[in-house]
Design a protein around this ligand. Sequence first.
Ligand code: FMN
Length: 151
Amino acid sequence: MDDALIIYVSIHHGNTEKIARAMAEVLNAKLVKPWEVGPKDVLKYDLIGFGSGIYFWRHHRALFELMDKMPNARGKKAFIFSTAGLDIPVVNHLALRRALKRKGFKIVGEFSCRGWDTNGILAKIGGINKGRPNEKDIERAKKFAKTLKGS
Ligand SMILES: Cc1cc2nc3c(=O)[nH]c(=O)nc-3n(C[C@H](O)[C@H](O)[C@H](O)COP(=O)(O)O)c2cc1C
């Protein structure tokens, strides 16, 4: 099995961290925050996952900042994941997908699910998606990670 790295940010309720940990278990991947890894060191891995909650319709800016500093990935395999109040990956993943492609990554998969969201006025009603990601989401994340093993 190739070496895998998962780079993630999870600042709201630790929702994305649950998904990142489940995937890391399957892939035997190292888990890091974008600010904990050197831009050149990222490319020492064969498969790299990039994920976070969705904050104002895109991934956390630390992922984009890391990407800006990285050398060209020359076709290296990457995957994207997220948790969000409104799970609309076609929109939510757009910016990161573009940034990864521009950097020369080959995107081999994408995963998303709902996450507990108490942002702004949602806090007044206890938020939305309470309890998400749940066991089913975690299982789905693990299944997704298994498909990456042969990618
Ligand atoms: C400041 C802020 C902005 C957010 N913006 C969005 C958004 O634009 N779209 C969305 O679907 N969810 C949005 N959310 C909800 C988060 O994406 C969701 O709660 C996610 O699961 C958080 O993941 P985390 O706990 O790993 O940080 C926002 C949350 C916060 C705190």
